[in-house]
Structure formats: C-alpha cells, structure tokens
Write a protein that binds this ligand. Structure first.
Ligand SMILES: Nc1nc2c(ncn2[C@@H]2O[C@H](COP(=O)(O)OP(=O)(O)OP(=O)(O)O)[C@@H](O)[C@H]2O)c(=O)[nH]1
Ligand SMILES: [Mg+2]
Length: 683
C-alpha cells in the first residue's frame, strides 16, 4: 500500500544508553501489529538490535529503521544508539525525520545523551517530544524528574499524559482529560497544555477567551503542530516498555499529533556554496523531481553496500534512473527496499516522506543527495555537525601481506559510521583509526576479528600536534643554481602573520609589476604548502598562518617551476623561524564517571596530568561525573589508570576542544629531537 505524505510519520527515538529505545520500538511494533510478540533486549530477540555484537552487549551500536501501519498511517521509526561513542549514527538519523522523540530513563533521569540530543534536534529545528520510559520502576521519582526536565529544557515541556495506577497505565491530558493520575491534576495538566498551544496564535487565544473550555482538540491541531515546529511546546509522555503502559497512547499520539512530511521544518537543501549559495526547498510532492538524502550506509555481508535514504521530493520507482550528487553517470535503482530491522522487502515505488534503501550501488556515500535531474547535481544538505573523532589507535595487520585487506575492511567500517575515520597522518607511516571513545574503537576491533577474521596489532598513535606562529616576520630566499648549461633561478620575499586559532591557512599574492611572473605563483604556493604539511619546528602540520608574498625576482631564462618551489619553501621556513614558532597540542574536554569515593583521587590525578577540573555533578547510583579539560597526550592508557583508581568502576569520554601551546620545555625537547632526526626543513 502506498501512503500519501499526509499519512506518513517519521520519528527518531534518541536518548541515553539503556533508557529503553529499542524495547520501546519493539512494544510499538507489537502495538501496531507489525510483530506478533515483543522481543527482548536481554534475550537478543528484538527487531532493531540484530547485530551479533548488539546482542552480546545488549546495547544498540547502530541505527535501525522499522515501519508499522496503524490507522491508515505509515509510521517510520528510527532506533538509535545511546552511547556517546556511537552518536554519529544517532545524529545522522536526524535529517531523515520530522520528529525527534527523546527518551528519558525514568530511573536515571537526564543524562549526557539526553542533553546532547535535545540540543542537536533543536539546532536542526526538528519537532521534539520527550518520552519518560520505565515508569514501572520501583524507585522512580517522577514528580522530581518532571521538575528537572522543566528546569533543564524549559517550561514548554508539558505532560500530554500522566502515569496512573502506580505506573501501570497512563491518563490522557489532551484529548480526553478525565481520571486520576499518580501525581498532578489531569485538569491542570490539560489547561497548561492548552494555554501553551494557544499562546502561539492570537486569533485562537481570542476565540478561547470567548469559547472558554469548549475549544475542541481538533481546532488545536494546526496550532499544536506550529507550537512543535517553533519549539514552543515539547510534549512529555510516559511509558513502560516492560508492562506496556502508555505504549498505545504513544502510538496514538504519533499518528494524531506529530507532523507529517508536509508539516514540521523540512531540512534545507542548498545549491552552490559560499556567496552563491541558494536555498532549495524540497516540496513533498509525488510528481516533482526526485530529491532524496542517503543518511545511512550499511555494508551487508550478503547484499553488499546498501544506502538507506529518505525521499524529500518526488517518487522513486524500481528501475528509476538516479544521479548521485554531482556525478554525471546515472545508476538504475535495481532494488528498492522497505526496511524492518535487518529484513527488507522489495517495493515498486516510494514517495515523499518514505524511508527506503537501495543496494549494490558502490558510489553512494553517506550524506549523498540522490536526484533524477542532472541540473540538481550541486544540491546538498546542510552538513551535520559531528563531534570530532579524537580518540585514535594506530593499527596494522598481525600478519604481513594483509595490509590491503585491512585497508579495505577499515574503509567499509568507516563508510557505515561517520565518526569512525581512517587517517594516514603526514610524516608518519601509520594507519590511524579515530573514533569518539575507547568503547567505539574496542568494538571496531571486535568487529575486525569476529566479523572479518582479521588479526591486528595496535598501539597509541602519535599525537596530532600542530605548529603555528606567535608573531609576524618577513622571510626571504634566493634559489640559484648553475650546473653546467641550464641554471635555476627564483627569488621570493614574503611576510607571515598569525591568524586566530582554527582559522587555517591563507595565501595572499601581493606581488606587483610581475616581479614574480604569474605563471610561477602556483609554484611558490606549492613550496609554502610543503611546509604547511610538515612544519619546520617539529615536522607537524601548520595552521592559523597568513602568508603574503609581496616581492621577488625572476630570470628570463633560468626561472623555472622547481626554482620557485624551492624559493617559496625556504623563504617561508625563514619567516616562520623568525616569527616565534609555537608547537600546539590538542586539548580535550573530559567527563569521568566514578564512584563518589574515588572522586578526590580522580581530580588529583587529572590535575597532575596538566588537566583542569571545571565541575562535578551527581549521577545515577552514587556516582559522580567530574568534567574538565586535559591535554590529549596525557591520556595514553587512561582507562587502566582509571580502573586502578576507581576499582574498575570508572568510565570516561572525551571530546576535542581546542589546540593550546605545549609547555616551553616540551617544545624545546621535541624541536631538538626533530633536528637530531635530520627532518628539519631549515635551509
Ligand atoms: N523495568 C523496565 N525496564 C525496561 C524498560 N524499557 C527497557 N527496559 C530494560 O532496560 C534495558 C535497556 O533497554 P534498551 O531498550 O536496550 O535501551 P536502549 O535505549 O535501546 O539502549 P541503547 O541501545 O544502549 O541506547 C533492557 O534490559 C530493557 O529490558 C521499562 O520500561 N521498564
Ligand atoms: Mg537500543
């Protein structure tokens, strides 16, 4: 059956690990009649956690797409992982949906992923709702949690239903507010909700004042949707995936109140970049050009590379010809599939709002825009902002000869996870895999050995230091060689200035009167670029420097490209060494979760490692979260240190923050070591 866009809902379930997203999806699938009985995370029988590693760890490690049909409406649900290490797969689900349903564990309350997902969904202008799950729990304090939610996310967060019968049921506070709740008055919750909704529409407000209580929920559909869209209202509902409380009501709410693909704030597409950038609004209309976005890549061992995409405009049919981004060669949609966890069924067509997959198209990468008109080639979505993958491991095969295979497998793994990056840092012979945390990389290694049968050896990678300058200076070099007949001649004068941190590298050509002929400027820049890639101080890439080439000399016969490459490189090194060169190191934000008893030692240890502690907060189960900043170079083997201090009960996560200068003594040591190794590019 094909659904028109107004009969489709797309919802991503996001939230902290263990809050019950996968269990809730299972309960919703059962409620919607898509499965006969709900499976369980513990038994490894859920639709969404189908990967062997997910079953082993009882946590989602990947996003999963399912669908159900309920009351003539197609509901697509995206289950996402809650561990911060796998948030690349949660963030990437956001452009595929109208609504982010942020699930909160009734027992543990607001956690790190709750905060992050609320912020990320708001940034992408998604409609948001909160689901407090686990209301069957013995020791839950729901009134306190509700207060905590409103304090953290604002008073626009209002219950749309409330737990009743000791968490065995919920009572509706919107459509039919009758009955008693476990806490709060249903009538008061109803009024608060209505007040919040009509606040958005002055005309309705007037009507309400005239009509009073008699205003019907149907009259409120449009303002309700607008209040969601403008972030004015974040409805809260209560569920238990364990005893089924609130699940039917949740599904009802999805269908009756959440935006369809014609509503909400659709993601903006752009044509061109920079100053010429124009907004392209996808219209969820079936007979327009196709615009679809691949938000997920799966490397299926049986059917190969599969791209999961959301259609934002037009109709994709089996055998349609589609283009990938600005690629000129169309591909044929040989398989068009509807997903249910790992299962897929072939469909003949899909329209705006649908989420489907196609297989066997190697060229489709994560974030690709699929379309059917070559002139749409330069259309793209606002790029997603992922946390920087700062945690690295240098990796090589245990057996020689497996290098190529390891490289291919790593490419596959990083194609699936936008936060798993493979690098070959300049100046090192290493392959480095970078991820968001220790767990992220540990599971990558497990996948290599279990799924791909590859044994590898790992070690900490070299730290990604950077070089920059602290002041301005001028540099000069005349490259002159006379060997037999033909000579080489090129002379360059330039100026360097520091740029603000994070600004990168700027090249300015300010040569007047052809002192350096135009055709040699690319050679000068190439020479400078060589130094940018491997700086003169310790061989690390340079950043935050502006180079202005303002004069030089050439020779009508002897001036050649090689001469200007050499002159550019050496003039730049000359300037940098006079401009207070600085070695920078990555500083990361760190959050250490530890039993309260070990807090003092954790703080002491961080301070001894040149770290700064910014604060502490209480977490579930007598734990404390210590947050601060510390140089990444001090965190080698941190997990084992933490295990020793916190008796095996500590965990931590890090996130790239910024670059800071290394202490002078260390800079001196590293610079002299670099000189000794003979890598110095000094003239
Ligand atoms: N008592 C109770 N337990 C629940 C409920 N929902 C989930 N659980 C249990 O909580 C644990 C975690 O549930 P999951 O569904 O895997 O949680 P998740 O949010 O998918 O976790 P991640 O995949 O790690 O992000 C499992 O053992 C569930 O059986 C609930 O409503 N009540
Ligand atoms: Mg899960």
């Amino acid at each position: 059956m094909r659904y028109s866009p107004d009969a489709i809902r797309t919802i991503a379930l996001v939230g902290h690990a263990g809050c019950g997203k996968t269990s809730l999806v299972e309960a919703l699938l059962h409620q919607g009649g898509a499965i006969h009985a709900p499976g369980s995370v513990e038994r490894g029988t859920t639709v969404c956690d189908f990967d062997p590693l997910e079953r082993k760890y009882q946590h989602s490690l990947n996003s999963a797409v399912v669908h159900l049909d309920y009351r003539d409406t197609r509901v697509y649900l995206l289950d996402t992982p809650g561990y911060p290490d796998f948030c690349g797969l949660s963030i990437s689900a956001l452009p595929a949906v109208e609504t982010a349903a942020v699930v909160v564990n009734a027992q543990t309350g607001i956690e790190m992923t709750t905060l992050r997902m609320m912020a990320w969904a708001q940034e992408r202008k998604l409609c948001r709702m909160l689901i407090v799950n686990g209301i069957d729990g013995e020791k839950v304090d729901l009134p306190a949690l509700l207060a905590q939610i409103q304090q953290t996310f604002g008073t626009g967060c209002l219950p749309i239903n409330l737990p009743a019968q000791n968490g065995r049921q919920v009572v509706d506070c919107f459509f039919n507010p009758a009955g008693d709740a476990d806490f709060l008055s249903v009538a008061a919750a109803h009024n608060a909700l209505i007040d919040q909704v009509i606040e958005i529409d002055p005309a309705l407000m007037e009507l309400y004042l005239e009509q009073g209580e008699a205003i019907s929920p149907e009259q409120l559909h449009e303002p309700f949707e607008r209040a969601l869209r403008e972030g004015h209202l974040v409805p809260i509902c209560f569920t238990s995936a364990a005893n089924g409380a609130g699940v039917a009501e949740l599904l009802d709410l999805f269908v009756r109140l959440l935006p369809n693909p014609l509503e909400g704030n659709p993601p903006l597409f752009y044509r061109d970049a920079g100053e010429r950038r124009q907004v392209v609004r996808a219209e969820p209309v079936a007979d327009k050009h196709v615009l679809a976005h691949a938000f997920k890549i799966v490397m299926d061992p049986y059917i190969g590379k599969m791209a999961v995409f959301r259609i934002h405009q037009g109709t994709v049919r089996r055998d349609s010809q589609l283009y990938i981004g600005d690629g000129r060669q169309p591909f044929k949609v040989a398989h068009l599939m509807l997903l249910q966890g790992k299962e897929h069924v072939e469909v003949t067509q899909a329209g705006p709002g649908d989420i489907c997959a196609t297989a066997k198209v190697d060229e489709i990468g994560f974030d690709a825009v699929l379309h059917d008109a070559p002139e749409d080639g330069d259309i793209h979505l606002t790029p997603l902002d992922f946390p920087t993958s700062i945690y690295g491991l240098a990796i090589e095969p245990a057996r020689r000869g497996n290098e190529q295979r390891l490289w291919e497998v790593l490419q596959k793994l990083s194609a699936e996870d936008p936060c798993l990056r493979i690098e070959h840092p300049v100046g090192t012979n290493e392959t480095v895999v970078r991820g968001l945390g220790e767990l992220h990389l540990r599971l990558m290694l497990e996948r290599l050995s279990d799924q791909y049968k590859l044994d590898v050896v790992t070690r900490p990678p070299k730290i990604a230091y950077r070089e920059t300058i602290g002041g301005g200076a001028e540099g000069h070099h005349r490259h002159k060689k006379q060997t037999g007949g033909a000579g080489q001649f090129g002379e360059v004068m330039l100026r360097v200035e520091p740029l603000p941190r994070g600004a990168g590298f700027e090249f300015v050509d300010a040569v007047k009167g052809g002192a350096i002929p135009g055709q040699f400027m690319p050679a000068v820049e190439k020479g400078i670029q060589q130094v940018i890639e491997s700086g003169p101080l310790a061989g690390f890439p340079m950043q935050d420097v502006r180079v202005t080439v303002f004069d030089g000399k050439s020779h009508s016969v002897d001036s050649k490209e090689v001469a200007f490459v050499a002159a550019g490189r050496k003039a730049f090194v000359d300037a940098v060494l006079k401009a207070q060169p600085i070695l920078l190191e990555p500083i990361v934000g760190i959050e250490v979760t530890t039993p309260e008893a070990a807090m003092g030692d954790i703080i002491g240890d961080l301070s001894a490692k040149r770290g700064q502690v910014h604060g502490t907060r209480a977490a579930a189960g007598n734990a404390v979260v210590v947050s601060g900043q510390v140089p990444l170079s001090e965190l080698n083997d941190y997990q084992s240190r933490l295990n020793a201090i916190a008796g095996g009960h500590g965990s931590y996560s890090i996130q790239f923050s910024h670059y800071d200068p290394v202490p002078p003594a260390q800079q001196e040591r590293m610079a002299s070591q670099h000189k000794k190794q003979g890598d110095g590019t000094a003239p």
